[in-house]
Design a protein around this ligand. Structure first.
Ligand code: ARG
Length: 465
């Protein structure tokens, strides 16, 4: 390694080389090289602003822009050699620029610090990620809507406490996830608005004595405004933590969906099955078909929650302004972003691919007294106070359990013994098929409400597509 190669931008003040152990400990280029496209984008905007303000000449601007172009090509083609001794991606690019364009390269960092630079790169990365997740969430919505349409009239035993509760349309069930992910999408949209602030020009912490125009570079980079306070914008990572918090919420939704599907396709329940192409086998037990993909969704959710929590811990006791602790933010950000992106890629396949085992579901719908609440509400329509109706139906259920009957199998006379207000139409009320017809209000799991939800999500998808 030549003296020239290891020269640091802060070399002037230092008398000895950095200890190699410290270098290994402090470097981040193995991670933050991922920020290269944003770093180049930021440098272009910065040098254009410097030239427009007369801080660098237009010849130097041109040389720098050409140098950055060459670096971009080297990075894209894999030719760029990242050097640990240059610590991070910012210094790697700047150093290479100086190699390519000579003295002019030394003017790029005018009025800029790595503190506003890294804050900029991360913001661009996070905003891009938010946009990409929204596109991916839209694909999940499309899959959910398609299956909801197909299965809107098919019921399965809905549960609370994982105990048979009331019949539930697969359509209504899937549309519930449209709501959950719709809110996640909303959070991301708000996020994009809130954090559309460029930090470029904030310098190390106080801005610069040079006549910078942060608004110009902000505009060029597509931000809605530049920073209002240089000290705030270089030191805070709330935008990064918030993305991980939104990711946490999103992953919790997907993890619960994964858990449902694992339960629903378990050997004991088996109301649904996933196609072979989405499942994996066992190295020892030849008969096995496992849902590793959804188990990993649950597992990766744990990782994302861990990263969000680590990021919060990183910030909570940190004095304001930039500290090197913040370099660790990349480990949490990149890892979480990969977990979320990968999960959003597989979930539409799972939703599109699951098949309902109609025979087993039909059998299950006959058990568990799923229509008991509808019967109690029928008694309410015949004048009974709900608490009395509840008690009466409870007694009927107890009787059925004793005799090994379902509510549907109870003769009318037996029903009338305990609930004299029952008329012959009660047999209709007790059929699970009547379930979808007898619910009218907005948001219910009735046919009309399901149709309304389908229209809503169809329009929502069309608007965003
Ligand atoms: N690699 C550093 C990081 O990611 C860049 C900023 C370093 N700034 C500094 N003043 N040491 O945090």
């Amino acid at each position: 390694m030549s003296e020239e190669k290891t020269k640091k931008p802060w070399g002037g003040r230092f008398k000895s080389e950095l200890d190699p152990v410290v270098l290994k400990y402090t470097r981040s280029v193995h991670l933050d090289r991922r920020l290269a496209p944003y770093d180049l984008q930021g440098s272009r905007a910065h040098v254009r602003m410097l030239a427009a303000q007369g801080i660098v000449s237009s010849e130097d601007e041109k040389r720098i822009l050409e140098g950055l172009k060459q670096i971009e090509e080297e990075i894209e083609s894999g030719e760029f050699s990242y050097r640990d001794e240059l610590e991070d991606i910012h210094m790697n690019i700047e150093h290479r620029l100086q190699e390519i364009v000579g003295e002019a390269g030394g003017r790029l960092h005018t009025g800029r610090s790595r503190n506003d630079q890294v804050s900029l790169d991360l913001r661009l990365f996070c905003l891009d990620t938010a946009l990409r997740w929204r596109t991916q969430i839209l694909e999940v919505h499309k899959a959910l809507l398609e299956r909801a349409r197909e299965l809107k009239g098919d019921l399965f035993p809905g549960w609370t406490h994982l105990q048979a509760a009331q019949p539930l349309s697969w359509g209504h069930y899937l549309l519930a996830f449209c709501e959950m992910l719709g809110r996640d999408n909303h959070r991301l949209t708000d996020y994009q608005k809130l954090h559309s602030r460029s930090p470029l020009g904030a310098g190390a912490l106080t801005g610069s004595t040079l006549p910078l125009d942060p608004e110009r570079s902000a505009q060029e980079l597509g931000f809605s405004a530049s920073f209002a306070n240089s000290y705030d914008v270089v030191g805070d990572r709330d935008f990064l933590l918030e993305l991980l918090q939104i990711a946490s919420q999103l992953m919790i939704h997907l993890s619960r969906l994964a858990e449902d599907f694992i339960y629903l396709s378990s050997t004991a329940v088996h109301w649904i099955e996933l196609p072979d192409s989405l499942c994996t086998g066992s190295s020892m037990m030849p008969q096995k078909k496992n849902l590793d993909v959804l188990e990993l969704t649950r597992g990766k959710t744990a990782s994302v929650l861990g990263h969000a929590s680590a990021m919060a811990i990183l910030l909570k006791g940190l004095p304001t302004s930039y500290h090197r602790d913040l370099q660790q933010d990349k480990e949490h950000l990149f890892s979480a972003v990969d977990d979320v992106g990968g999960t959003l890629e597989v979930i539409p396949l799972v939703i599109a691919g699951f098949q309902v085992d109609t025979e087993r579901v039909q059998g299950a719908l006959k058990q568990g007294f799923l229509m008991a609440t509808d019967l109690a509400e029928y008694l309410v329509t015949r004048g009974s106070p709900f608490r009395v109706a509840h008690e009466t139906v409870g007694k009927l259920v107890a009787y059925c359990l004793e005799k090994g009957l379902t509510l549907e199998e109870l003769p009318l006379e037996k029903l009338q013994e305990l609930a004299p207000e029952c008329g012959p139409e009660v047999s209709e009320v007790l059929k699970p098929e009547s379930f979808l017809r007898r619910r009218w209000h907005k948001g219910s799991s009735g046919r009309v409400s399901i149709e309304q939800q389908i229209v809503h999500w169809k329009e929502w998808i069309e608007n965003l597509s």
